[in-house]
Write a protein that binds this ligand. Structure first.
Ligand code: GCB
Length: 620
C-alpha cells in the first residue's frame, strides 16, 4: 500500500468534510442493513474524534458501533483505472461498504487501510460510502481493555492514561491508480564509512545555528513492488537534490533492487531535514509509462554504539517530549493547523525529538518531523499491557493464556500492528527507533515469551533502526526480561511525583541511584517520561505538587541528574501539553503533566525548558 498522491498516472481526492453520522450502542445497524444507508443520521466532521463534538450526546463515553455515511462521485475520467478507497485511520476497528458491498475490514485504530472499490464504485456514477466504526477493546486487542456492564450501561475500561477517543481521526481518500502499478516501496540509505566521526558543519539558519552533517558518499537502495502483470516492465529510479538537479539514476526489472550511488551526498541530520526527491517510473516493454510515483528520501544512518546513539556516526542527544494527539473538541482528529502549531512549539523550546506516545501519529506529523530534522521514536499502540494499571482486571502475570491474561491472540494482533507500522513509517528519515510497547509488565517469563518474537520481527523487518520499548518503574534493571533484548533503553520515571511526592531532595538521590543502575547495562538511555502535574495558575512558595513551581523544579532536578550520567542520551518530558483522560481521582479535567496547557499556553516549566534546550541547541 502506498500513500495517495497526484502525478502523471495517479489522482487523489480527500473525502474530508461533514459526513452523516449515527451512534449505534445496541448494534442495531448490523442487522438492519445500515450498510446500505444509515437512517435518521445526524452529522459529524471527518477527521475528528466524535466524543466531544456534539454537546450533551454522551458520545464521550460511547461504547460500541457508530456509523458514518457520505456520497461521492467517482469521476468519469477514472474509467479504465483502479479506484482505491483509503482510510488513514479508523479508531478502533471498522467495516466499509460501497454501494452496499462490503469492501474492507480493519482492526486497529492508528494505521491506514485501503480497498480496491473499482467494481463497487463505477466511474462516472455516485457511490455511497458507509463505514461502521467500533471502539470496543478486549484483551486480544492492541491496546487492551475490557467492557463492563454497570448501572449506567456498558463501560469501556482500559489500562492506559488517555481518553479512549474514537472515530475517523484522519483523512479518507479516493484515488485513481493504474492497473499495473507500484504498490510497495522500500528505501534503505547508507553513508560511506569514515574513520573518524565526521565533522559537523555549521550554518546559520533562521532562528539560530543549524547543525549540518558533513557531506559524504552515499548509497540509496530502492525496491519497488508492483501490482498487476508487470512482465517485461522496467523500473527507473531517479534521485533529485533539493534544487531538483539529478544526482543519480538507474533502472531494473519490476520488483528488483536498484542501487543508486550518490557521491558527496547531503545527509538528513538532526536540525537539517534535507531530503532528496526519488522519482520512480514503471514502463512496459514498448517504453510506455505504466505508473509513476515520487517520494522524499532522507539519507542518513542510525546506529547504537555502546552507550551512544549515533545518527550519521555522530552521537546525538534527544531533547523533547512524549506527546499525544489531543486537542479540545476535535480530540485525536488530525488537523494541519494544530499539528503545525505543535511543531512550531517544539522549535520554540529548542526540542529536537519526540516519541509518538502511545500509538502511531498521523503521517502528516512525521512529514513535519522529516522536514524539521526531528528525531522520532515511533511507538506501537501497545500500551496498558500491565496488571499494575488494570484495577484488578488483568491477572497478576499480565501475559499468558487465561480469561484475564494477554495471550497469543493479542500477540498476533501486536505482530500485525508492528508490520503495518513499519510498512507505513519506514520511509520517514525522522523515525530513528521503533518502540514496540509502553510500560508493559516486563519482568516475567511470560513477558519474555510474549515479546521475544516481536523484537525479532521488528529486527527482521527493519535491521536499520534500533528496537526499544518504554520500561515501567517496577521492572528494574536486572529484573526486567525485555530490556536485555533491546538496543536502546527507554525508562519512564516519576521520582518526585508518584515516588517521593513533594520531596525533591530524596527524589534526586533515588533518581541518581536508579540511573546509575541502568547505566551499568552499557546501553544508551532515554528517560522517556519524567514530570509532574501542574494546574496552570496554581502557585506556591514551597515545594507543593500541582503548582507550576513544583513542576519546574522537578524538571530542573531531573535534568541536573541526567547531565551527570553519560549513558543518558535523551530526555523526553512528559508531556508537551495537558491532555484528556478517563475520569480519575488524580486527574483534574485530564492529565496536567503538560508543560503547556491543553490550549498550548506555557506553564513556568516551559520557560525553563526553553532556556535549557535552546542553549543546548546553540552549543551543537
Ligand atoms: C506513564 C504513562 C503515561 C501516563 C503517565 C502519567 O507512565 O506512560 O501514559 O500518562 O505515566 O502521567 O501517569
Amino acid at each position: 500500500m502506498l500513500r495517495p498522491q497526484d502525478g502523471p498516472t495517479r489522482e487523489s481526492t480527500r473525502l474530508d468534510g461533514v459526513w452523516r453520522f449515527r451512534a449505534d450502542p445496541d448494534g442495531t445497524g448490523r442487522d438492519a442493513a445500515w450498510s446500505r444507508g444509515v437512517p435518521d443520521a445526524g452529522r459529524m466532521p471527518v477527521p475528528s474524534s466524535y466524543g466531544d463534538v456534539l454537546p450533551g450526546s454522551g458520545l464521550r463515553q460511547h461504547v460500541g458501533d457508530v456509523w458514518y455515511e457520505r456520497e461521492v462521485w467517482v469521476p468519469s475520467g477514472w474509467r479504465g483505472r483502479r479506484v482505491l478507497l483509503r482510510f488513514d485511520a479508523a479508531a478502533h476497528e471498522a467495516t466499509v461498504w460501497v454501494n452496499g458491498v462490503e469492501v474492507a475490514r480493519h482492526v486497529g485504530g492508528y494505521l491506514p487501510f485501503e480497498a480496491d472499490v473499482t467494481d463497487a464504485a463505477p466511474a462516472g456514477e455516485p457511490a455511497r460510502v458507509v463505514v461502521r466504526v467500533g471502539n470496543e477493546l478486549t484483551l486480544a486487542t492492541i491496546p487492551p481493555g475490557v467492557v463492563e456492564t454497570t448501572a449506567s450501561g456498558r463501560r469501556q475500561r482500559y489500562f492506559h492514561d488517555f481518553l479512549h477517543y474514537s472515530g475517523l481521526h484522519r483523512s479518507v481518500w479516493l484515488s485513481a491508480v493504474p492497473p499495473v502499478r507500484f504498490d510497495t516501496l522500500d528505501v534503505a540509505t547508507e553513508l560511506a564509512p569514515t574513520g573518524e566521526p565526521p565533522p559537523v558543519e555549521r550554518a546559520t539558519g533562521e532562528g539560530g545555528p543549524v547543525a549540518r552533517a558533513a557531506r559524504r558518499d552515499a548509497t540509496v537502495r530502492v525496491r519497488a513492488g508492483v501490482a498487476g502483470d508487470a512482465s517485461g516492465a522496467v523500473v527507473t529510479a531517479v534521485l533529485l537534490d533539493a534544487d531538483e538537479r539529478e544526482v543519480a539514476r538507474d533502472a531494473g526489472d519490476a520488483g528488483a533492487a536498484i542501487e543508486l550511488a550518490v557521491p558527496d551526498a547531503h545527509p538528513w541530520a538532526p536540525g537539517d531535514g534535507y531530503r532528496y526527491l526519488l522519482r520512480l517510473e514503471l514502463r512496459d516493454a514498448a517504453g510506455d509509462l505504466l505508473d509513476a510515483y515520487a517520494t522524499r528520501v532522507g539519507i542518513r544512518t542510525v546506529r547504537v554504539d555502546g552507550a551512544r546513539l549515533l545518527v550519521n556516526d555522530v552521537p546525538v542527544r534527544l531533547r523533547g517530549f512524549g506527546r499525544h494527539e489531543d486537542h479540545p473538541v476535535r480530540g485525536k482528529g488530525h488537523d494541519d493547523v494544530l499539528a503545525v502549531h505543535d511543531h512550531e512549539l517544539l522549535g520554540w523550546f529548542g526540542a529536537n525529538s519526540f516519541r509518538t506516545s502511545h500509538y502511531p501519529y498521523a503521517e502528516e506529523v512525521l512529514d513535519l518531523a522529516d522536514e524539521d530534522g526531528l528525531l522520532v521514536i515511533s511507538e506501537s499502540p501497545a500500551v496498558g499491557q500491565n496488571a499494575v494499571f488494570s484495577g484488578g482486571r488483568l491477572g497478576a502475570e499480565t501475559f499468558g493464556e487465561g480469561p484475564d491474561l494477554i495471550g497469543a491472540d493479542a500477540q498476533a494482533a501486536h505482530a500485525r500492528v508492528l508490520r503495518e507500522l513499519l510498512a507505513r513509517d519506514a520511509l520517514h528519515p525522522s523515525v530513528i527507533a521503533w518502540s514496540i510497547a509502553n510500560e508493559p509488565a516486563s519482568s516475567t517469563d511470560a513477558a519474555e515469551r510474549y515479546f521475544a518474537p516481536l523484537v525479532d520481527l521488528v529486527r527482521e523487518l527493519d535491521p536499520s533502526r534500533p528496537v526499544t520499548f518504554a520500561n515501567e518503574t517496577s521492572n528494574r534493571p536486572g529484573r526486567c526480561r525485555v530490556t536485555p533484548m533491546v538496543d536502546l533503553l527507554l525508562v519512564n520515571r516519576y521520582l518526585g511525583w508518584y515516588v517521593d511526592t513533594g520531596d525533591l531532595v530524596s527524589a534526586e538521590e533515588h533518581l541518581r541511584a536508579e540511573l546509575a543502575a541502568w547505566a551499568e547495562l552499557g546501553k544508551p538511555i532515554v528517560v522517556s517520561e519524567f514530570g509532574a502535574d501542574a494546574v496552570a495558575g496554581v502557585h506556591h512558595l514551597d515545594p507543593e505538587p500541582w503548582s507550576e513551581e513544583y513542576q519546574r523544579d522537578l524538571v530542573a532536578m531531573s535534568t541536573r541528574v541526567f547531565d551527570t550520567v553519560p549513558a543518558v542520551i535523551g530526555e523526553h518530558v512528559w508531556n508537551l501539553a495537558d491532555f484528556a483522560t478517563a475520569p480519575g481521582l488524580i486527574r483534574v479535567d485530564g492529565n496536567r503533566k503538560g508543560v503547556l496547557t491543553r490550549q498550548r499556553q506555557p506553564k513556568a516549566a516551559a520557560w525553563a525548558l526553553r532556556e535549557r534546550w535552546r542553549a543546548a541547541a546553540e552549543r551543537e
